[in-house]
Design a protein. Structure first.
Length: 192
């Protein structure tokens, strides 16, 4: 019985540490793709956190067409390692194909949740203090403008109420259910 508690605790630590670092690499990748302000203190923190590993990877894995392939490889490798460690912790030996598919699904899921959180945070900031400018608001705008602007074109504000974030949430929820969840299910079936 004590062994199960220790395994659960170790799995929690592994998932938390890997998850936080994968999130940092994902944010760096998204900031690069969406052209977020590089001189932003939050961007600088993420670059400082992820640069030691990515600098070495970029020697072997160059970017392509403005896409940082090293970041994608690092995220995928870390996600696979996390799943492998947790599976081994519970005495399971996962299949490599299952690890790859499940890792891709979990990275896509994390990406959608990052966008959902960014849209939600922008909504809260707009309600509390719409004129507020700080480093985080500029990053949130960088993360969400590519979704919010098309939604605003098709869904005009009703009075003082902007309904475009609801459309973006609906679209992101559909992506989670129709694209990401099937990938996660296939990966889980292939894992063992």
């Amino acid at each position: 019985m004590t062994g199960q508690y220790l395994a659960n605790s170790a799995a929690f630590i592994i998932q938390t540490l890997f998850g936080l670092y994968i999130l940092a690499v994902l944010l760096r990748f998204l900031f690069q793709i969406l052209r977020a302000p590089f001189r932003n203190p939050v961007s600088q923190f993420i670059v400082t956190l992820t640069n030691p590993v990515l600098r070495h990877l970029r020697r072997f894995i160059p970017g392509y067409a403005g896409v940082d392939i090293a970041s994608i490889v690092l995220m995928l490798g870390l996600q696979m390692l996390e799943l492998l460690l947790v599976a081994l912790l519970y005495g399971q030996t996962p299949a490599i194909a299952g690890l790859v598919v499940l890792s891709i699904g979990q990275l896509l899921e994390m990406t959608v949740y990052v966008f959902m959180f960014a849209v939600f945070a922008r909504i809260i900031i707009a309600w509390v203090n719409p004129q507020l400018y700080n480093p985080i608001t500029s990053l949130l705008a960088s993360l969400t403008d590519f979704m919010m602007q098309p939604a605003r074109r098709y869904i005009p504000p009703i009075g003082m109420l902007d309904l475009s974030p609801m459309a973006v949430f609906l679209l992101l929820g559909l992506i989670l259910r129709l694209i990401v969840q099937p990938i996660l299910d296939i990966g889980a079936r292939m894992l063992l």
